[in-house]
Design a protein around this ligand. Structure first.
Ligand SMILES: Nc1ncnc2c1ncn2[C@@H]1O[C@H](COP(=O)(O)OP(=O)(O)OP(=O)(O)O)[C@@H](O)[C@H]1O
Ligand SMILES: [Mg+2]
Length: 350
């Protein structure tokens, strides 16, 4: 195939990209800022994230991916076109792109992702399931006839999969992950403390003192917010126990889903998982104590993969140029014509 091979992890919170032979070349927040009146894009990625929560009425700052799927086609297309241009410049041949998606998406959602990728400048596009890519990136040999369980806890979705012989035997994807835990903290501060905080502050609190079970030694962090009644700025302290209580319900729901997947898994594969353990990937696998919590409740050895945020893109990077693996496992590159039956003209981003 002509054109360079690019891998993209199109996440709810961030977009990562790698190029065959070069490794990871891009990691940007999946955020776009545009003018409401004209629809003109003002900033993409990190620059747009800085505007989040600070934008005037005339500007909209959005995350075009929601729960692991495309929620705003046009804005996603703008964002991807911009990133692809950054990677490829003005190369003559369009790139071939492998993009990850949650393990359980509908055919329509698959088609939409392929559609948006090829509309954004890919010559040919191919999809790979996020848990499979995460497992490969975590260094697991997925081709063995032995079951492994991977739980990818990202921003918008938690993907749970039992993988054997290079494919998913059981998979589940729930729309409960890191961003919902962040929202829990925002809601808690409003409800219990009468303080209004922004999403970025809540996320910082979660990273600093958040935990999946009560810490033996309670810690606390200072944060800035707004008094709900007076509207005046306020400095306040929030403890790890409070943050845990705020997020507890959703953390339990993630565990419940792991249990559901075990219920659907054939006994032989369950015994394999008991032997091999459960592997956690994704940004939210870094939440303090989430591995211990899952291990305690399942009684199965659980570990966080090395560099959990980069497992999916690392996995895509490993298979990017491996035509044998891709063909053997039925991953086919499709052109825009194969997907939509039409060819769209190039557009300018800014
Ligand atoms: N140290 C940390 N502790 C807790 N959560 C964290 C930490 N670091 C990052 N996160 C959370 O990880 C999430 C982002 O993870 P990731 O980059 O894997 O998501 P994504 O791939 O964009 O989303 P998805 O796969 O759901 O579409 C965010 O919700 C972020 O708050
Ligand atoms: Mg992800």
């Amino acid at each position: 195939m002509l054109g360079i091979n690019i891998g993209i992890d199109l996440g709810t919170t961030s977009v990562m990209a790698c190029v065959e032979g070069k490794g990871i070349v891009l990691s940007e927040p999946a955020v776009v800022a545009y003018r409401k009146t004209t629809g003109k894009v003002m900033a993409i990625g990190r620059a747009a994230l800085r505007m989040l929560g600070r934008e005037p009425d005339s500007v909209e700052v959005v995350r075009p991916m929601k729960d692991g799927v495309v929620s705003d086609f046009t804005v996603t297309e703008h964002m991807l076109r911009y990133f692809i241009m950054q990677i490829c410049g003005n190369k003559i041949f369009k790139p071939n792109i492998i993009v990850s998606m949650p393990g359980t998406v509908t055919n329509l959602e698959k088609r939409t992702v392929l559609d948006v990728i090829t509309a954004s400048g890919a010559g040919r596009a191919c999809l790979i399931e996020e848990p499979l890519a995460a497992a490969i990136g975590a260094g697991i040999d997925i081709t063995h006839p032995s079951g492994v369980m991977v739980v990818d806890i990202g921003g918008g979705t938690t993907d749970i999969a039992v993988i054997t012989m290079g494919a998913m035997a059981v998979a589940s994807s729930i729309k409960i992950a890191g961003n919902m835990l962040t929202d829990d903290i925002v809601r808690y501060c409003r409800r219990e403390r009468d303080i209004i905080i922004g999403e970025l502050t809540a996320e910082e609190i979660k990273k600093r003192v958040g935990c999946a079970y009560l810490r033996r030694e309670e810690t606390a962090v200072f944060a800035k917010g707004k008094d709900y009644f007076t509207g005046m700025p306020i400095d306040f302290e929030i403890t790890s126990n409070e943050v845990y209580l705020a997020m507890r319900e959703h953390i339990n729901m993630i565990f419940e889903e792991i249990r559901n997947v075990f219920e659907q898994t054939p006994p032989e594969l369950v015994s394999d998982i008991v032997e091999e353990g459960i592997v956690l990937t994704g940004g939210s696998a870094q939440l303090f104590g989430i591995d211990k919590m899952i291990e305690k409740l399942t009684k199965i050895n659980t570990r966080v993969a090395d560099d959990p945020v980069n497992c999916v893109i690392g996995g895509i990077g490993k298979v990017l140029g491996d035509t044998y693996f891709l063909e053997e496992n039925g991953y086919l590159f499709k052109s825009r014509q194969d997907i939509t039956g039409s060819i769209t003209e190039e557009k300018e981003v800014f």
